[in-house]
Design a protein around this ligand. Structure first.
Ligand SMILES: Cc1cc2nc3c(=O)[nH]c(=O)nc-3n(C[C@H](O)[C@H](O)[C@H](O)COP(=O)(O)OP(=O)(O)OC[C@H]3O[C@@H](n4cnc5c(N)ncnc54)[C@H](O)[C@@H]3O)c2cc1C
Length: 372
């Protein structure tokens, strides 16, 4: 049975879906907006959980390769108070494999493997129920029809409007990201502060977290409660203005902590949006959603994991019941939405505690979830 299946988006969800379906012998057309594999920086590091992202990689036949690339030591976590005193200093045991870290770029390359992605194919709109299946209209005016179109195109999905009128809402928490290169040689004091994994500092309604990636690269994330347009006239593209604007939000914090913001060469603003925790939709023949397109949630280490498991499970559902594509999709949607609803509640509650009026909330959350 040969269905015409397309996935819109070559992120963790779309690539895992395509990879697992290929493994079962089914071709998938991958439509990706980016013009090429390396057209933009791939982003920071991801921790892949045993029962989620790692399970998806096992279904894709890629677990051993992941284990060879990933950084179990990257699970280490140090928490400081705003005066720079160490409150927690957790290091994983050498055989701890619950949530090893991997750079997003490495994960993408692993999933891409020999997959044939159609780059530069930005989808503008999807129209179901035409005589020839589901019509995909591209931004460049071209169009093509498929039996199944899978929207794995992230937070601002162009496929989602076919099944749901819901759009992401701003959480009231925003984030600014910067990065440091070659930290061990250029900033040895910061390298020591960050250790093998992450260092986090929680204050009143704000936090600074620095995470080691591979190759001495570090991502620094600042989160704080603010209106979405908090920066007003502050031009974040003006690096020194952005830096001093951010530093003013952390007035009184200890110098070694603030030094994490002292060296970044660019600042990227990422307001945090989520979809409603209970986001579901009435099944539409020939169209479905995966990952952030289906269940965008607060960035607390679950989104990519869930996106990958969604992709693997939809592929398996189709491979298990290739005669009835619609039923395979429907069965998957039920399972996915139950799981996503649980995680959306967990991650939103987590965001409230990590960016809280009482910094003790963050510490309590850490003590609750961290393996002893
Ligand atoms: C700062 C930060 C840190 C995070 N850390 C973690 C973590 O540690 N662990 C974790 O599990 N999750 C983490 N997440 C969440 C994670 O990044 C997302 O949940 C995950 O990337 C979702 O994968 P996806 O494939 O659904 O969507 P995306 O990764 O957004 O991929 C969507 C793809 O679709 C393409 N696309 C978009 N629109 C179109 C279009 N119209 N036509 C064609 N292609 C299109 C995009 O170019 C992109 O390649 C983090 C998120 C942030 C912001």
């Amino acid at each position: 049975m040969r269905h015409r299946i397309a996935v819109v988006g070559g992120g963790p969800a779309g690539l895992t879906f395509a990879r697992v379906l290929h493994r079962h012998g089914y071709p998938v057309t991958i439509l990706e907006r980016d013009s090429a594999r390396d057209s933009r920086p791939p982003g920071g590091t991801l921790d892949l959980h045993e029962g989620l992202g790692q399970l998806a990689l096992a279904k894709a036949g890629l677990l051993a390769e992941f284990q060879a690339l990933s950084r179990p030591e990257g699970q280490a976590m140090r928490i400081l108070d705003t005066a720079g005193a160490v409150l927690r200093d957790w290091r994983p045991s050498p055989d701890e494999r619950a949530n090893p870290e991997i750079d997003r770029g490495q994960l993408r390359d692993l999933l891409l493997g020999s997959l044939d992605v159609q780059w530069g194919r930005e989808v503008a709109q999807v129209v179901p129920g035409t005589g020839d299946g589901v019509l995909v209209q591209f931004a460049d005016g071209r169009q093509e029809s498929f039996d199944l179109v899978v929207g794995a195109d992230g937070a601002w999905s162009r496929v989602r409007p076919v099944v749901s009128s819901v759009t992401p809402r701003y959480t009231g928490v925003t984030s600014v990201e910067t990065s440091l290169d070659d930290v061990d040689n250029r900033h040895p004091d910061l390298a020591e502060l960050i250790g093998d994994g992450s260092v986090a500092v929680y204050g009143v309604n704000r936090s600074i977290v620095a995470q080691r990636n591979s190759g001495g690269h570090v991502k620094v994330y600042v989160k704080f409660r603010a209106p979405r347009d908090w920066h007003g006239d502050l031009d974040l593209a003006d690096v020194e203005a952005a830096r001093s604007g951010l530093l003013s939000l952390f007035d009184g914090w200890a110098a070694p902590v603030l030094d994490l913001l002292g060296h970044g060469s660019a600042f990227v603003h990422r307001p945090i949006y989520v979809l409603p925790e209970s986001h579901t939709w009435a099944h539409v023949r020939g169209v479905t959603l995966l990952g952030d397109a289906a269940h965008l949630m607060a960035p607390l280490g679950a989104g990519a994991n869930l996106a990958m498991l969604d992709g693997a499970e939809l592929a398996e559902s189709i491979a298990d019941d290739p005669q009835d594509l619609d039923e395979a999709v429907r069965a998957f949607e039920e399972r996915m939405s139950a799981r996503a609803g649980r995680w959306a509640a967990i991650t939103m509650a987590g965001l409230e505690r990590l960016v809280s009026p009482d910094p003790a909330d963050a510490l309590a959350l850490f003590d609750q979830v961290q393996p002893s």
